[in-house]
Design a protein around this ligand. Structure first.
Ligand SMILES: Cc1cc2nc3c(=O)[nH]c(=O)nc-3n(C[C@H](O)[C@H](O)[C@H](O)COP(=O)(O)O)c2cc1C
Length: 348
């Protein structure tokens, strides 16, 4: 057993959410002195930002920046905080987080429990400039779908000075109706309004903050094609593929299989990579893809890169493999695994 296998055994004796809060505290204060070598020679300029390495921490792990600033020392090339919403909310009743240990998976129905976008902005004021920080934003539970755009605009404006990029979460299965925002009916209005706000704030603050949208792994080819058309039309800066899944067909028969919520980890590797392949095909390398879903090894990371991802993120892989997986993955990737995005060709 490696060191993390012992730590995981202890952590898995605790209820999942308790274990998670404990880990956030340990990371915040850098108790285990995680500082990692970051000399991987994997720098890339994506969305106009200089990424030291292509592997980031996915949204949901540190929603409110509770582990900030220690979290910057884990060895990731970038960190995505959030999802935060305009107003703080408690999320769904507990229990809402389940381990599917045999499948190396998690089901969560947290429901955007968070302290709101303003407290996160206050924390990130104290950031240093040498790491890329993204902020993932969502709509409040009680905001009707027709007004969701206002929640995204508000969050984007509040966080504009403190985030390097902003991800618009349209794909959590734990907020009723949220995934419908991926349909043309809502999506074009959301993208149009956000792009307007982006250029307005760029003029006001002298800072261009790229916008990505985060999509679900359960989309059909037709839906991915429609989303891609709108991303190209509105010249979005990036797409994060994917969020957690509502599909259970890829699961072994273990406890908690049928808990409601979003499935993450090894079982969604394939469906998430499939969405990346489709996006890559429809976007023709004109918009960067951040690939996420089941990455837990160099092979799974390379598979996402080979399918068209420009950057990577993970969450569940960290729970099952510990921070060692970051170095394992980054050591196995070389520059030839990375591709660059042809931004100039947009809308030609
Ligand atoms: C407990 C938990 C909470 C999550 N919360 C969020 C969230 O708030 N916003 C979001 O965009 N994604 C959230 N995610 C989804 C992850 O960011 C990621 O897209 C998904 O888990 C697939 O990656 P993975 O298999 O590496 O975990 C959450 C995932 C987990 C396991």
């Amino acid at each position: 057993m490696n060191n993390y296998a012992y730590i995981r055994k202890l952590l898995f004796c605790l209820p999942p959410e308790v274990a998670h809060l404990l880990v956030l505290k340990v990371i915040k204060h850098n108790i285990w002195n995680f500082k990692k070598n970051s000399n991987y020679n994997l720098q890339q300029n994506i969305m106009g930002l200089e990424f030291k390495s292509p592997l980031g921490l996915a949204a949901g792990f540190d929603k409110d920046g509770d582990a900030f600033p220690g979290i910057l020392d884990l060895g990731f090339g970038f960190i995505e905080f959030g999802t935060v919403t305009p107003i703080a909310q408690a999320g769904n009743p507990k229990p809402r987080l389940f381990r599917l240990t045999k499948s190396k998976a998690i089901i969560n129905r947290m429901g955007f429990n968070n302290n709101g976008v303003v407290p996160l902005a206050k924390k990130l004021k104290h950031r240093t400039k040498n790491s890329i920080l993204g902020v993932n934003v969502g709509k409040n539970k009680d905001t009707p779908l027709d007004c969701a755009v206002d929640d995204y605009l508000y969050c984007y404006r509040v966080i504009h000075n403190y985030a390097d990029y902003v991800t618009i979460n349209l794909s959590s299965p734990n907020t009723k109706g949220l995934r419908e925002l991926q349909n043309d009916k809502y999506l074009s209005k959301i993208l149009f309004s956000l792009k307007n706000m982006q250029s307005k704030l760029e003029q006001e603050n002298g800072k261009y903050v790229p916008i990505a949208i985060k999509v679900a792994p359960d989309l059909s080819e037709y839906e991915v094609e429609n989303i891609s058309k709108l991303l190209l039309e509105y010249e979005l800066d990036g797409v994060v593929a994917t969020n957690t899944s509502i599909d259970r067909s890829c699961l072994r028969n273990t406890a908690h299989n049928y808990e409601q919520g979003g499935l993450s980890g090894e079982p969604i590797q394939g469906i998430s990579t499939n969405v990346i392949k489709l996006l890559n095909n429809f976007l023709e390398s004109k918009i960067p893809i951040i690939g996420v879903g089941g990455i837990n090894s160099p092979e799974s990371a390379k598979d996402k890169l080979n399918s068209g991802a420009n950057l990577l993120q993970l969450y569940t892989g960290l729970i099952y493999n510990g921070v060692g997986v970051i170095d394992e993955i980054l050591s196995a990737i070389d520059l030839s695994d990375l591709h660059y995005v042809i931004k100039e060709n947009l809308n030609e």
